[in-house]
Design a protein around this ligand. Structure first.
Ligand SMILES: [Zn+2]
Length: 363
């Protein structure tokens, strides 16, 4: 079974207002799930709008991350109050928690992304972390959200850093899916890979203009946020689990194991993982284009103020066995790193990261 997309999608300015009649048909007692205080105003608006539709509404915020502690606490609230849906309004962690909880309780999830930082509003997948933000595993869900509301007015309120993060995460789709799945003889997977290439091209063309430009009357901004929040999700939906993540996400997952005082966004870490994946391809798979891709990506990433080294993520790999820990987790038995079409050992990861970080410190 494959869930390709949300059942209904509302997109554009005032998509939220347009979705209200549809939402009131689906649910009588939703729980609004959120997290950060920066998005409190938007969630208050959502709360009031739903109350005005005579729905019995309640809200709850994640305390930590998309972690089992928060998930079981929110599940209890839903069961105690007989809520019949979850409205997940926030970034990737909130969307992933909302989808996971709705899936467990067999109630619909309505996703309302409040930034363009991920495609989590679309997909039938949740990433589970510890309370401290260390990646544990991803869980395939039975279906994509019932309704996705991608309101451009909401997305406009998000810090530009979230857009940069979304761009890095969406760029990774092409580099990861094309190397892991290009030999799979499944038409849909091949088509998904090609969509991810067009998606990458669009981000290379429009990403910087979107990041630096206005919101209104800026087709680059609209195209970019929809590329990050919608098309990237579609690639996952059509390609399914065969259209896989690879080293960029495996390295992301490993980097999250090191707890740092400053938290970085998912896509910010994936972007660094992507550069390291390309280095691996150059070193181990004789990919002659990898260096050119790295240089092309570095230009864009600098313009988007994205970190480009693990050092810039606040981790010195040469201290506290950090390099060893990252390589160990990257090469754990269940790692996505093994979807790469060439052999990978822990020493390769150590070598590529050490070279990369050393070179960066010098330059
Ligand atoms: Zn991702």
């Amino acid at each position: 079974m494959q869930s390709i997309s949300p059942e209904t999608i509302f997109r554009g300015n005032y998509a939220w207002e347009k979705s209200l009649p549809h939402i009131t048909k689906l649910t009588k007692s939703p729980l609004i799930l959120g997290r950060g205080i920066n998005t409190n105003n938007l969630r208050n608006k959502i709360f009031i709008d739903l109350k005005n539709q005579n729905l019995k509404v309640n809200s709850s915020n994640l305390q930590f991350d998309c972690c089992y502690e928060d998930i079981s606490r929110v599940k209890d609230i839903i069961l105690r109050n007989n809520h019949d849906s979850v409205i997940a309004a926030g970034g990737g962690k909130v969307l992933d928690s909302g989808k996971y909880i709705a899936d467990c309780l067999n109630i619909p999830c309505i996703s309302v992304p409040l930034s363009a930082s991920t495609c989590a509003g679309w997909t039938a997948l949740s990433n589970i972390y510890t309370k401290e933000g260390q990646f544990i595993k991803d869980v395939a869900l039975r279906s994509c959200p019932k309704i996705l509301v991608y309101d451009h007015k909401f997305i406009q309120t998000a810090p530009s850093r979230t857009l940069a993060s979304g761009i890095a995460d969406a760029l990774a789709k092409w580099y990861e899916s094309s190397i892991t799945s290009s030999t799979i003889e499944d038409g849909l997977v091949q088509q998904a890979i090609q969509i991810s290439r067009v998606l990458r091209d669009q981000l290379l063309i429009d990403g910087e203009k979107a990041f630096k430009g206005e919101f209104e009357n800026n087709p680059s901004w609209r195209n970019t946020i929809e590329a990050c929040g919608l098309t990237a999700g579609l690639v996952g939906g059509i390609g399914g689990e065969k259209c896989r993540t690879a080293a960029a996400h495996a390295i992301h997952n490993a980097i999250t194991q090191i707890i740092t005082p400053n938290k970085f966004l998912h896509g910010e870490i994936v972007g660094v993982g992507l550069l390291l994946q390309l280095k691996l391809e150059e070193m181990k798979n004789n990919n002659k284009l990898a260096d050119q891709s790295i240089r092309q990506l570095l230009v864009l990433m600098k313009e988007l103020n994205l970190p480009t080294t693990i050092g810039q993520l606040g981790i010195n790999v040469f201290e506290n066995d950090n390099l060893e820990k990252i390589a160990e987790f990257t090469c754990r038995d269940t790692s996505e790193i093994y979807f790469l079409p060439f052999e990978i050992h822990k020493r390769d990861i150590v070598e590529v990261i050490a070279n990369f970080e050393q070179h960066k410190i010098k330059t």
